[in-house]
Write a protein that binds this ligand. Structure first.
Ligand SMILES: [Zn+2]
Length: 116
């Protein structure tokens, strides 16, 4: 499962954050996950809850996920719009395919609460 390797990478990052803050443990982790990241948020939560038990410093941590919608900017008419379909979208007002992604590719830790 793709999500397990993401969680393992995240744990290294969390260990670094805990060390830098001289924290005993991490109590809450908030993630930003864009719709275009391809991550299944339920699988990510499941993987986190399974893996955290092997790491005392995050064993009681709660995971929260902010799903970021996919937003495109049209380079032709300057319209910004949210897209449901991630494949071959076109501008909803002028039908152009000359688009730039504004958000939806996020895949990172937004904030962490620690117990010191
Ligand atoms: Zn347009």
């Amino acid at each position: 499962m793709h999500e397990v390797s993401i969680v393992l990478g995240m744990i290294d990052e969390l260990a670094r954050i805990a060390r830098e803050n001289e924290a005993k443990s991490i109590t809450q982790v908030t993630l930003k996950i864009g719709k275009l990241s391809g991550i299944v948020t339920d699988s990510l939560k499941f993987a986190f809850d399974a893996v955290k038990l092997e790491h005392p410093f995050i064993s009681t941590a709660e995971i929260l996920i902010n799903e970021i919608p996919l937003v495109y900017h049209c380079n032709i008419c300057n319209n910004d719009f949210e897209a449901e379909d991630i494949y071959f979208p076109s501008c909803i007002s002028c039908k152009s395919n000359d688009l730039a992604i504004i958000s939806g590719e996020e895949q990172h830790i937004e904030s962490v609460e620690v117990d010191v």
